[in-house]
Design a binder for this molecule. Structure first.
Ligand code: SAM
Ligand code: SF4
Length: 495
C-alpha cells in the first residue's frame, strides 16, 4: 500500500477486518481464556510464607529441568528469606549452565515502521503521539539498515513493526525477503525473527512460508483489567486476540513462538504467573511451550507521561528475583534480556539464566544507516539503557567467561519447536550448540572483531576447543576439520 494513499477511511476499513472472532473462540474452553485473575491471586495468597523444605524441593525439581506447576512458582515468588533467595539465584545459574552452557546468543532489533493505529499508553508510537516523526522504511532503506548490521557481524535480527495497514503482511514479507537477500562480503543475516502485531492464521501461514525464525508477541500484561486500562482503544484493546496469537501461529506451522511481559504495568508476581500459565496452555495444545520468554521493563519514552505515573515499576532487586523465578519455572526455555537495561544491570542478571541479548542496538526508524549516535526521543519507541557496540559487549562477555554464539543452525536443520525443546530438556542441544558456537565465534573473530576483542576471544575459544576434545571425543575430529576450514576462509559450516 502506498504511503500517500492511506486515508483515515481506508485505515478504519482495514481495522475492521483484522480480528477474526472464530480464531479466538476456537482455543477457549467454556467461554473462558486460560488466565483466571482471581485464581492467580488466590494461588499467590495460598502460597505465602512457604516452608524452607518445600522451597528446597521446588529448587531441586527445577534443577532436574522440569517445568514447575503454578503452586510451586507461586511459592518461589513468595520467598522472603534472604538465604533462600541466594539458593534460588544459584540454582538459576546452574540451570542456565546445564541447559545452555556458557553461551550467549546475540541479535539486533531492526525497526521498520512506526506507523500505528493503537493507543498503548506506554509507547511513543501510539497514534495519539503527534510529536512522533512517522516513517516507514522503503525496501532500499531496509537493505541499507541490514548492510550496517551485517557489517558489524550480526547474523540474527528481530524485526519490529507497528500495527498499521502500511506495515501489513505484504510489507512484512517484502522486508523479510530483502533482509535475507542482503549480503556484504562474507556476511549475511541467517535468521530473521519478528515482533509484529497479532495476525490471522491465514497471514501467519504466509510468514511461515517466507522463512521467519521466531514469532514474538508480548502480552504486555496478563491482568485483564490493567490490560484494558493501558490499551484503551484500537485493535490492541482486544486482550484475547493477542492472548491466542501464538496458538494461531502454532496452528499456522510457526513452531518457535516467543512470549513476554512488559514489567511495570501490573504486579510482577502476577505477571510471572501469567507467563507460566501461557507456557502451560501452549504445552497443553501443541506439546511445546515458548521458544523464548522476554521480560522488558517499562522505560521512559518521549512525550509519554503515563510512564512517570506508573505504580508498578519493578525495582532492580525485584527484577533479579523475577528473572530467577522464570528461569526455575521453565528451565529449558530461552530467556531474552534487552538493551533497555543498563550495562550494570545486564552484568548482574545475565548469570541468572539469560540466554540471548541484543547489542549495538538502535531503535529509531532508519537509525543504523543514519548513524546518529545520540538517542532521539521523537524517532524511537522508548529510551535504551545500553548502546554499546557489539564488539564491546562481546569483549565483556569473553572476559567474564561467556562465548558469544551466532549459531542459526537449529532452525535451518529443522531443530525447532518441540524437537529443540526435547533436546534442551535432555541436555543434548547444549552440545550441538557448543560446537556451533565455536564455529560461528571463529567466523566473527576473523571477520569483524577489533584487535583487542580478538585477543580476548582467542582465550575463550581455546578453552572451548579443549573442552570439546575432552567431552565430545566422538565428534572432535569432524569438528576440528570444520574449524580449520573456517580458519581457511570457508563460512557457514554447522552441525
Ligand atoms: N507493535 C507491535 C506490538 O505491539 O505487538 C510490536 C511491538 S512493539 C514495537 C515492541 C514491544 O516494545 C512491545 O510489545 C512492548 O512490550 C515494548 N514497549 C513498548 N513501549 C515500551 C516502553 N516504554 N518501555 C519498554 N518497552 C516498551
Ligand atoms: Fe503500536 Fe506496538 Fe507501540 Fe502499541 S506497543 S503503540 S501496538 S507499536
Amino acid at each position: 500500500m502506498n504511503v500517500q494513499l492511506v486515508t483515515d477511511l481506508s485505515i478504519s476499513d482495514w481495522i475492521k477486518n483484522v480480528i477474526r472472532e472464530d480464531e479466538i473462540t476456537h482455543f477457549m474452553e467454556d467461554g473462558k481464556d486460560f488466565i483466571n485473575d482471581e485464581k492467580i491471586e488466590e494461588i499467590l495468597r495460598k502460597n505465602r510464607n512457604p516452608q524452607k523444605n518445600k522451597v528446597r524441593d521446588i529448587i531441586q525439581k527445577s534443577l532436574n529441568i522440569e517445568r514447575l506447576e503454578p503452586d510451586e512458582t507461586a511459592a518461589l515468588l513468595n520467598v522472603e528469606d534472604k538465604d533462600l533467595w541466594g539458593q534460588i539465584f544459584q540454582a538459576a545459574g546452574q540451570i542456565k549452565k546445564c541447559v545452555y552452557d556458557n553461551r550467549i546468543v546475540t541479535f539486533a532489533p531492526l525497526y521498520c515502521s512506526n506507523f500505528c493505529v493503537n493507543s498503548c499508553l506506554y509507547c511513543a508510537f501510539r497514534k495519539e503521539n503527534t510529536k512522533e516523526v512517522r516513517r516507514r522504511l522503503t525496501l532500499d532503506e531496509v537493505r541499507r539498515e541490514t548492510e550496517v548490521l551485517v557489517s558489524l557481524g550480526h547474523k540474527r535480527l528481530i524485526v519490529v513493526y507497528g500495527e498499521h495497514p502500511l506495515s501489513d503482511i505484504d510489507y512484512i514479507v517484502d522486508t523479510i525477503r530483502t533482509i535475507y537477500e542482503t549480503k556484504v562480503g562474507n556476511g549475511e543475516i541467517r535468521r530473521v525473527n519478528i515482533n509484529a502485531p497479532p495476525m490471522s492464521i491465514e497471514k501467519l501461514k504466509i510468514l511461515k512460508e517466507v522463512g521467519i525464525g521466531t514469532y514474538q508477541v508480548f502480552q504486555e500484561t496478563y491482568h485483564h483489567l490493567t490490560y484494558r486500562k493501558v490499551h484503551p482503544a484500537g485493535i490492541k484493546s482486544n486482550y484475547r486476540w493477542r492472548l491466542y496469537v501464538l496458538h494461531r501461529a502454532q496452528e499456522a506451522g510457526i513452531d518457535d513462538v516467543a512470549i513476554g511481559v512488559l514489567f511495570g504495568l501490573y504486579d510482577w508476581r502476577f505477571e510471572v504467573m501469567g507467563l507460566l500459565y501461557h507456557t502451560i496452555d501452549l504445552e497443553k495444545h501443541f506439546g511445546v511451550g515458548p521458544h523464548t520468554i522476554s521480560f522488558p521493563r517499562l522505560e521512559p519514552a518521549a512525550n509519554t507521561p503515563f510512564i512517570q505515573q506508573a505504580k508498578y515499576k519493578v525495582s532492580d532487586e525485584d527484577f533479579k528475583k523475577l528473572i530467577a523465578v522464570i528461569r526455575l519455572s521453565v528451565p529449558y526455555t530461552g530467556m531474552i534480556l534487552t538493551a533497555r537495561e543498563t550495562p550494570k544491570i545486564r552484568r548482574e542478571v545475565i548469570p541468572l539464566g539469560c540466554t540471548q541479548t541484543d547489542a549495538s542496538t538502535r531503535i529509531g526508524i532508519g537509525a543504523y544507516s543514519d548513524r546518529y549516535t545520540e538517542q532521539e526521543g521523537e524517532r524511537q519507541q522508548f529510551f535504551l539503557g545500553d548502546t554499546r557496540s557489539l564488539d564491546e559487549v562481546i569483549r565483556e562477555f569473553a572476559l567474564n567467561g561467556y562465548i558469544t554464539s551466532f549459531c542459526t543452525a537449529g532452525y535451518r536443520c529443522g531443530r525447532t519447536g518441540k524437537c529443540i525443546m526435547d533436546l534442551l530438556k535432555h541436555g543434548k542441544e547444549r552440545w550441538f550448540c557448543k560446537l556451533n558456537a565455536v564455529l560461528t565465534f571463529r567466523e566473527w573473530l576473523d571477520d569483524f572483531a577489533s584487535q583487542e576483542t580478538q585477543k580476548i576471544g582467542e582465550r575463550i575459544i581455546n578453552r572451548e576447543i579443549s573442552e570439546i576434545k575432552e567431552k565430545l571425543p566422538q565428534v572432535y575430529l569432524k569438528f576440528i576439520q570444520y574449524y580449520k576450514r573456517i580458519e581457511n576462509g570457508e563460512r557457514d559450516l554447522y552441525f
